[in-house]
Design a protein around this ligand. Structure first.
Ligand code: H2U
Length: 357
């Protein structure tokens, strides 16, 4: 691979996981920006805001009252994106297999999980035991739901810029009877790679990135974090296990502790980068579940996490996925290697807000 071409000249790169190409144009980063800037910092001070429905004891939109929780708290989303299974009996079953108008009902369960009773807390500022506790809840929850659902998507939208409706620290869990697009494509690409190489695509990728180090941000005994070679978003990262873990449920105690540690380090680097509470969407992907996938060989899968932050040049200039991205394919100007270099320069232990404490 010519390092010089990849850093200095226009080229396209292939994402083998999603079977798509990305255009990289490093010289465009120098172009002047007179477009939209975001407002500096969202106001995280929501403690006194009694209308916050995620607070302990708060009354939610459907008039239910939250428990007076002291660590994490899970409740059913009052505006679920999917139909509960018990509506199956009363449904007309009316699905269609028409080639042009194909559709079926969307069954599933949607939950909201508060990370902390403190509305100003973020994962970057949380102590390691609390992060570990969140990971354990994610594991317990996926174990409980996986016999019933094909896909369990845990995701966190952080920051107004990412469409998050409430700054109170929380994530969502959407369990569905169907396999959504992203994991459906990843299932196919990893299966094809496994058939050809007899090893999992992402485990091979993890080992190559761990040796190469150019895109490596963090590493510990159990995990690495890289900016993928094919990353779409400027500071997008991927969390990969060093061992062949298929799903959340495969992690041992040491891997859980190491995951909490590496997540916190990444999030401190993110916040330090533009000295703001860094916005992102993040989530986890492992082998699909439900009776079909739990009973078949899914060794082509590797459990992994993704962070998609929208910011590009500063706390108030974001990357837009518009014209060429919508009509042709994603393009980026900051190379993944340069973005990794910039993130590695940030401290990963001390959060900028604690520097003078
Ligand atoms: P986001 O901030 O990522 O949108 O997640 C908050 C979720 O919380 C959202 O899906 C739910 C919304 O439907 N919610 C309730 O279920 N009840 C409420 O009273 C407020 C918000």
């Amino acid at each position: 691979m010519s390092k010089s071409i990849l850093q200095n000249s226009q080229h396209i790169r292939f994402n083998p996981l999603k079977e798509e190409w990305i255009l990289i144009c490093p010289q465009r980063i120098k172009r002047p920006w007179m477009g939209k800037t975001e407002k500096e910092q969202e106001n995280r001070n929501v403690t006194a805001n009694l209308t916050n429905p995620l607070l302990p004891g708060a009354i939610r939109a459907n008039s239910q009252v939250n428990e007076h929780y002291t660590s994490t708290y899970i409740f059913n989303n009052d505006f679920p994106a999917m139909l509960p299974f018990d509506t199956l009996e009363i449904s007309d079953g009316g699905e269609s297999k028409d080639d042009l108008f194909d559709w079926e009902r969307a069954y599933g369960e949607c939950k909201v999980m508060c990370f902390s009773p403190n509305p100003e807390m973020t994962l970057a500022l949380m102590d390691l035991n609390s992060i570990e506790n969140i990971i354990i809840k994610w594991i317990d929850f996926t174990k409980e739901m996986s016999p019933k659902y094909t896909w369990i998507q845990i995701f966190e939208n952080k920051g107004e810029i990412m469409g998050c409706s409430n700054p109170h620290p929380h994530c969502q869990i959407w369990a569905s009877s169907f396999l959504p697009n992203e994991p459906r494509i990843k299932d196919r690409s990893q299966r094809v790679y496994f058939q050809k190489h007899k090893t999992p695509l992402l485990l091979d990728y993890c080992h190559r990135e761990n040796v190469n180090k150019e895109r490596l941000i963090e590493t510990n005994d159990s995990w690495i974090i890289v900016i993928p070679f094919w990353a779409n978003w400027p500071f997008e990262t991927m969390v990969l296990p060093k061992r062949h873990i298929l799903r959340f449920s495969d992690m041992d105690g040491k891997e859980i502790k190491d995951l909490a540690d590496i997540m916190k380090k990444l999030l401190i680097r993110y916040d330090n980068l533009f000295q703001c509470s860094f916005p992102y969407s993040m989530g986890w992907h492992g082998a699909p579940t439900g009776s079909k996938y739990l009973n078949e060989n899914v060794d082509h899968w590797l459990f992994h996490g993704m962070y998609y932050p929208p910011l590009l040049r500063s706390a108030n200039i974001k990357k837009f996925m518009v014209g060429y991205e919508l009509l042709a394919q994603v393009q980026r100007d900051l190379t993944p290697e340069k973005a990794a270099e910039i993130l590695r320069l940030q401290p990963n232990e001390i959060h900028y807000s604690k520097r003078n404490a």
